[in-house]
Ligand binder design. Structure first.
Ligand code: SF4
Length: 380
């Protein structure tokens, strides 16, 4: 069981907070799609004929692709990989691309069965700060158009902790998304990444960021609103109705194999991780003329163990001592129990049988707790 990720790095407008690999040189798209077809063949053995359970078009802006182009990529993947009959196929989309005409064609010509809409906020003033392409009206319309077309597995991305956002405005966003009947919500706290337009504003003191207390209040509101509306908070940043957890992301968190295609895409096969060159022109040139196009890191046991802690403690599945014992040995198992004790005493973690999970307060400082549980290269 494995997943495939396809990176479409093109954006018509660059958002002020974005540090993903993307480019505004949209003219490269036709050559890029040809290069992707070449890479699909080059990497055909990476998943060792495992059944593909999830395909994910991420970006960038995959909704810049025509439905026929999406279908062509999926057919190309089909040629080299067995695709599960219930394969989850997700398209990330910008709200202003989701016109009724586009969606009617998408529904007819491409087997996409899950749409993840990058709304980020339903307030125009937030969308201006984020330099998004769409406005609040288009955000609402995009969901209506999706539902009218017949899509019933819809995810919405929202950002909290935005400059000027308070609990009232965050609650309004949450109420709106829930009232529209979407099945999945990804909610991220704003992160100011180096090299972004927001980071330049912040360094000049021109951005009023949410303080820690306000951020905690907004996170608590997210949990409360979700719980009151039958959404399961199944990972720090992801909430869904029962039966609508993202299969693709869950596979990442369960450390299943995945193949990443396209510029900057990462691949993982349990024993190593590799990442493609983060440059669309160089990626196209490598596909056309040969040459190295990725770097690779072998994952030693300690690194695999640390990654298991990192991804599992962010989910409601938590960490299972039996898995640690089986996959990483008795010594790691004992070390984990010892290191986890102080977090349990402080109320940041619970232990039920062999399963350890972070509490709500633990999720707020998850990076700190998880780094305290990790082992170093000498296994300490
Ligand atoms: S649309 Fe997505 S990938 Fe493109 S700039 Fe905005 S956040 Fe980044």
């Amino acid at each position: 069981m494995a997943g495939i990720y396809i990176h479409i790095p093109f954006c018509k407008k660059i958002c002020s907070y974005c540090d993903f690999y993307k480019t505004a040189v949209v003219d490269l798209l036709p050559d890029y799609l040809e290069a992707l077809e070449t890479e699909i063949e080059i990497q055909k053995d990476y998943l060792a004929a495992e059944s593909v359970e999830t395909i994910y078009f991420g970006g960038g802006t995959p909704s810049l692709l025509e439905p026929e182009q999406i279908n062509r990529i999926i057919n190309r993947i089909r040629r080299f990989h067995p695709i599960a009959s219930d394969c989850e196929i997700t398209l990330e989309a910008n709200p202003d691309d989701l016109s009724e005409t586009y969606l009617a064609d998408l529904y007819q010509y491409a087997p996409i069965n899950r749409i993840s809409v990058g709304i980020q906020s339903f307030e125009d003033k937030d969308l201006l700060v984020l330099n998004r392409r769409h406005n609040a009206r288009q955000a609402i319309e995009s969901i209506r158009h999706l539902q009218k077309t017949g899509y019933y597995n819809i995810s919405v991305d929202l950002i909290y902790g935005l400059p000027g956002m308070n609990t009232e405005s965050w609650q309004k966003n949450l109420d709106l998304v829930i009232s529209m009947g979407v099945q999945h919500l990804s909610a991220y706290h704003l992160s100011i990444e180096p090299g972004t337009a927001l980071s330049r504003l912040a360094s000049r003191g021109l951005l009023q960021l949410a303080d820690e207390e306000e951020s905690c209040r907004q996170f608590a509101l997210l949990r409360k609103t979700a719980a009151g509306n039958a959404f399961v908070h199944y990972e720090i940043s992801n909430l869904a109705k029962e039966g609508y957890f993202s299969k693709h992301n869950t596979n990442y968190w369960m450390q299943k194999k995945y193949l990443g295609l396209g510029a900057s895409a990462h691949s993982y096969n349990i024993f190593s991780r590799q990442w493609n060159i983060a440059n669309a022109r160089k990626y196209i040139a490598a596909m056309n003329h040969g040459g190295d196009f990725f770097e690779k890191e072998d994952l030693q046991l300690v690194k695999r163990y640390n990654e298991y802690l990192m991804v599992s403690l962010r989910t409601i599945q938590g960490v299972d001592l039996e898995k640690i014992r089986l996959d990483y040995g008795e010594r790691s198992c004992k070390a984990f129990v010892h290191a986890a004790q102080s977090s349990i005493t402080a109320g940041f973690m619970t232990a039920e049988g062999s399963v350890y999970r972070l509490t709500e307060n633990g999720w707020l400082i998850s990076d700190h707790i998880i780094s305290g549980l990790m082992e170093d290269a000498d296994g300490r």
